[in-house]
Design a protein around this ligand. Structure first.
Ligand code: O2Y
Ligand code: MN
Length: 600
């Protein structure tokens, strides 16, 4: 494929405009084929960017190390460029779209001007979600990073078919990415080119555009993920009446073979991938994975919300992942076909990170230094990642790519709370559930002993990912609940991280979380009892069978700490105040109701 074969004038103009501005030496259209992936990966190996791992340990897999100044998403350099600051709201960085375009695309000294000199521009046509699903959407990412091309091949569906559709007029999200490191003839290239001092991750919701400059890492550069599937998609979802959420999707099967689908929102680093691939300890119960990070949901004709996972791979946090914490993630990466970013490399050509089941005596750390067992320094960067095809997950549900999506029965919200918040709490209504989502929070620092730490609110786990005013986002959730004929999921707030006054964990977590899923499942069928409390419905009984736990701990996990909740109210008020008059009145009513019930 080349640009001369395209017939869509607008598409050609867009593409040619970027070629003219970025002046790459070459333009390559990506087709998602194994052949092209291998060709680019081999080229990256030759350039010293990719390190081929041992084919017995990790078949067809590569390690790559980033620049030390480019190891994570950069929220402070992430901008929503809506027409007005008010539209972006108090939780986003805003920049005037005209100003941002001048900084990035100015014909005289815009950052993109000549930024791909000496490099190849790759044109990646991709689908978020199964091709042809009514819930999926298309994008094209232009990038000068071979690393990004390989990762996008795993994380999204790349295909010439999508370019054909776009050429035929199907709408698409325009994504442009440059590492910001042009090369003059004779310049030596870096193994991780970037412009660490001038990063811009920018979103133009009105024109459905993403312009990313300076970083080659994860969420900053793989533009299908956080930039498109959450920030731009949340705006599309608002305008079109659906939901784009930072949620895992799991399939839960009970011992009788009956199935329900659950979607769950937790802030980053709260174990979403672990829950999505969990091995239940409860006999006869089964969890299978549909997605581990993002859910797009639309109403079906039956009034239920149907969810797809818009992604095709996992970009999982490596440190802490082990056969103990997430055996199915380990099995997924052990099948190979993965990219490991900022992990350590062992002497026998395998990968290592902190928390893995076995620690090698020696390895080379992510900063390329020799590393010895017992060293103080971390072998892997704390935000080291594996990029793995979802299809390789041993517990991937057979319907994970069903274009129709899966019907959601329950939403789970949660955060890390050492005190006050019970193990599970059921919302009494949709509005109450939206209140629970809007007040999602974790303690700022790891609170030790039953102490109420200062809270960091992360509504719906969307704080860094909502592409518009969060007050309007709450209103959108409330509007979804008012859709006529809607058969809405039930809503729950869970907390796996409660500690007792002496500092011990009250709940074992991991596979034992299946006990909470069982209660949720049975509540959805009206088959489990609950106790009404000021904060919501708590389990009358939970299946603790076979768990060696003090009765006092069980009681503490399942009771309403009235005094503790009274202490949280002022923090919720401060949090709500941020949204000014865009905070829906229903949420203030919920807060007043809670306050009244607590003081009865
Ligand atoms: O640091 C990054 O670029 C990745 S952040 C990320 C990756 C996968 C899933 N979730 C997240 C997140 O921050 O929520
Ligand atoms: Mn995430």
């Amino acid at each position: 494929m080349d640009i001369t074969k395209l017939k869509n004038k607008k598409l050609v103009e867009w593409l040619q405009g970027w070629i003219d501005l970025c002046t790459p030496d070459e333009v390559v259209f990506c087709d998602g084929s194994k052949k092209q992936y291998n060709k680019i990966a081999n080229m990256l190996v030759k350039a010293g960017v990719f390190i081929k791992l041992d084919d017995e340990k990790k078949p067809n897999s590569y390690a790559v190390r980033s620049d030390v100044g480019d190891v994570a998403r950069v929220e402070e350099r992430t901008f929503i460029c809506s027409k007005t600051k008010e539209e972006a709201g108090p939780t986003n960085n805003w920049c005037d779209p005209v100003e941002m375009r001048a900084i990035l695309c100015g014909k005289q000294n815009g950052l993109y001007k000549g930024c791909m000199k000496g490099r190849t521009m790759y044109v990646i046509p991709f689908s978020m979600g199964p091709v042809d699903s009514p819930i999926s959407k298309y994008g094209i990412e232009l990038t000068d990073s071979g690393y990004v091309v390989c990762n996008m091949n795993i994380m999204t569906r790349v295909s010439p078919k999508i370019l054909e559709r776009i050429d035929d007029g199907t709408e698409f999200v325009k994504c442009v990415h440059s590492v910001g490191a042009p090369l003059n003839p004779g310049d030596a290239d870096s193994t991780w080119p970037c412009d660490a001092k001038h990063k811009y991750i920018t979103h133009f919701p009105d024109t459905r555009e993403i312009l990313s400059y300076g970083s080659g890492y994860g969420g900053n550069a793989l533009l299908g993920k956080k930039c498109f599937a959450l920030r731009i998609a949340s705006v599309q979802a608002r305008d079109e009446g659906w939901l784009a959420e930072h949620m895992l999707i799991l399939k839960l099967t009970n011992p009788k073979g009956s199935v329900k689908y659950v979607a769950a929102a937790f802030p980053s680093a709260c174990g979403k991938t672990n829950l999505a691939m969990m091995e239940p300890t409860l006999k006869g119960w089964k969890v299978e994975t549909i997605g581990d990070d993002i859910a797009w949901m639309k109403f079906g004709e039956d009034g239920r919300l149907y969810a797809i996972n818009p992604e095709a791979g996992f970009f999982g946090v490596a440190p802490g992942t082990s056969m103990q914490s997430n055996p199915n993630a380990m099995r997924t990466v052990n099948k190979g076909n993965c990219i490991f970013t900022n992990c350590a490399i062992t002497e026998d050509g395998d990968i290592f990170w902190e928390g893995m089941d076995e620690t090698p005596d020696f390895c080379v750390d992510w900063l390329r230094r020799p590393w010895k067992k017992g060293s103080k320094a971390k072998a892997a960067n704390p935000n080291a990642r594996f990029t793995a095809p979802a299809s390789q997950c041993p517990v991937i549900a057979k319907e994970w790519e069903d274009p129709a999506g899966v019907p959601i029965s329950a939403f789970l919200f949660g955060g890390r709370r050492a005190a006050v918040v019970p193990l599970v709490n059921e919302a009494t209504s949709w509005e109450h559930g939206v209140f629970l989502g809007a007040t999602m929070a974790s303690e700022k620092t790891a609170a030790a002993a039953g102490v109420v730490g200062e809270l960091r609110f992360d509504p719906f786990a969307m704080l860094p990912f909502c592409g518009y005013h969060m007050g309007d986002y709450f209103a959108h959730w409330l509007k979804i609940g008012k859709k006529s004929g809607a058969k809405l999921p039930k809503i729950y707030y869970v907390n796996w991280f409660r500690k007792a006054a002496d500092g011990h964990w009250l709940w074992p977590g991991f596979g034992e979380n299946s006990r909470v899923l069982k209660w949720v499942f049975e509540r959805c069928d009206d088959k489990a009892d609950a106790v009404s409390t000021p904060i919501g419905n708590l389990p009358k009984d939970l299946d603790f069978g076979g768990l060696d736990m003090p009765e006092a701990d069980k009681k503490e996990l399942l009771s309403c700490d009235v005094e503790g909740w009274k202490g949280v109210i002022p923090e919720i008020k401060n949090h709500f105040a941020k949204f000014g008059d865009r905070l829906p009145k229903e949420l203030n009513k919920q807060l007043e109701g809670l306050e009244k019930r607590l003081s009865k």
